[in-house]
Design a binder for this molecule. Structure first.
Ligand code: GLU
Length: 472
């Protein structure tokens, strides 16, 4: 796709931006940036009842968060009603449509009686009805031939015209259907490549017939992106699956991780390096290489990509990105600064940051029950281990309060408590559990020696003694 393309993302703001639309938006943005083309935005807000302004705001905010900046001013379909009315009038004048007063029940009853296929049966085609209230305008689809297009994802696609019903173009109340607005706008906006979700494949032949009937120019090509599915291979649903883009942001995902991950749905770079800077994806992305079959939106893989992107940040950048997620404010930021590298290596999302440093901020860390059960209740020789650790750490002088001496002291305490392996060495991982829960209330956290160093001698000993006391 060497020449500059002109593409558009056309969200219907009837809900928050979901990952499936984000996937289509990204494909549009990638090819626009790759070819030095234009990425336009068209808000398909003609459904006055379901559209809400805050949903439009959400779409724009999410695109900006992802870094998918559009060109020019977004076009709002709600402001273009006159253009669609003109287009419709042209179809009426040219005889491309006819008027129809059948109710859905009429059509159903006739189809049932004929034992035929569902859809409109062409009953009013030659009745010559005049326009009037309650009369819909239906497109007179050709009875012969095929309507097809080049689909960059699906190859050459075509439908037999005989299989296309005479679809409604103007509703009984005179309002144009989405398909008319959509096909008119793409031509009017000079869109060269229509890139959108696969749910639009079946309506594309109708779209093309409309473009032709209006005497407009067809887009050069289409690309219908694969459907995103969940673990059960079911289409992602708002109700069942985590699909809101804003939720991912709020749960501590980085926009560059989301962009990288979405790009990998249905596509992969030739060299197999999946996690890489967005600039490289812009260069390498090929719609022609996108696989048409449904793509699994894999939360685990997304979280893996996110962890990689977090590790790729500089320490300063990591801390700055984590800052909005620190509910405990400045003290938490200071605590994070003291263990930034250790934390950065261990978190998968930015929401995991604060729990890792909270023990440095609060007077009394909250005890996580599952951690307590695992390391204290079910731990081996826990009272002995805590007694020995207290004694060994108490024996360290203030200038010995550093990761290495602390590690040696805990190792010696493990041996004192009988936590030894076959070679007589300390069982360090077993030994660490109760100590970690005593100082932080949790079994997961930054490396223990560094944690104790930063927590300080007095607080460490006080927490160990407190926990020991609770065991009686
Ligand atoms: N508004 C449509 C949707 O949200 C997109 C239509 C198109 O891209 O052509 O599914």
């Amino acid at each position: 796709m060497p020449r500059p393309v002109r593409v558009r993302f056309a969200p219907s703001p009837t809900g928050f931006l979901h990952v499936g639309s984000g996937h289509s938006a990204l494909a549009n943005w990638l090819v626009a940036r790759q070819t030095g083309g234009e990425f336009l935005l068209r808000i398909e807000d003609t459904d006055a009842e379901r559209n809400r302004p805050e949903l439009v705001d959400n779409v724009l905010e999410m695109l900006q968060w992802l870094g998918l900046q559009w060109d020019g001013t977004p076009v709002h379909q709600s402001e273009r009603g006159d253009l669609y009315a003109d287009a419709a009038a042209k179809l009426v004048a040219g005889g491309a449509v006819y008027f129809c007063d059948c109710t859905a029940e009429d059509v159903q009853a006739r189809n049932k009686a004929a034992g035929g296929k569902p859809g409109y049966d062409g009953f009013c085609r030659d009745r010559g009805l005049e326009p009037g209230p309650g009369r819909a305008a239906r497109f007179r689809t050709p009875r012969e031939g095929r309507t097809g297009w080049t689909d960059l994802v699906r190859g050459e696609v075509s439908f037999a015209n005989a299989d296309l019903e005479d679809f409604v173009v103007l509703r009984g109340n005179g309002s144009p259907v989405f398909l008319l607005a959509n096909s008119f706008d793409d031509a009017d906006m000079g869109i060269t490549h229509v890139i959108r979700g696969e749910d639009h494949v079946n309506s594309t032949p109708k779209y093309l017939l409309l473009v032709d009937a209006l005497g407009l120019t067809r887009p050069e090509a289409f690309a219908h992106m694969p459907l995103l599915v969940n673990e059960g291979r079911k289409k992602l649903s708002k109700r069942r699956d985590d699909v809101s883009m804003a939720d991912y942001r709020d749960r501590g995902y980085l926009p560059e991780a989301m962009v990288n991950y979405l790009a990998l749905l249905g596509w992969g770079p030739a060299d197999g390096v999946e996690v890489r800077p967005v600039a490289e994806i812009v260069e390498q992305y090929r719609l022609e290489d996108v696989n048409a079959s449904p793509a699994f939106f894999d939360q685990k893989k997304l979280s893996f990509v996110n962890a990689e992107k977090i590790r790729a940040l500089s320490s300063e950048e990591f801390q700055a990105r984590a800052r909005p997620f620190l509910t405990l404010g400045e003290p938490a930021a200071a605590a994070l600064a003291s263990l930034a590298t250790e934390v950065q290596e261990r978190v998968r999302t930015l929401t995991e940051v604060e729990p890792m440093v909270e023990f440095l901020v609060v007077d009394e860390p909250e005890v996580d029950e599952a951690s307590w059960t695992k390391a204290i209740t079910k731990g081996k020789a826990v009272p002995e281990m805590l007694d020995a650790t207290i004694a060994r750490l108490d024996a360290l002088g203030p200038d010995e309060w550093a990761p290495e001496p602390i590690q040696e002291a805990v190792a010696a305490a493990a041996i004192d408590a009988g936590l030894v392996n076959a070679e007589g060495g300390p069982q360090l991982s077993k030994a660490q559990g109760p100590v970690r829960v005593a100082i932080s209330g949790r079994t997961v956290g930054p490396p223990l020696w560094e944690s104790l160093t930063v927590l300080g001698r007095e607080r460490t000993l006080a927490r160990l003694r407190g926990t020991r006391g609770r065991l009686g």
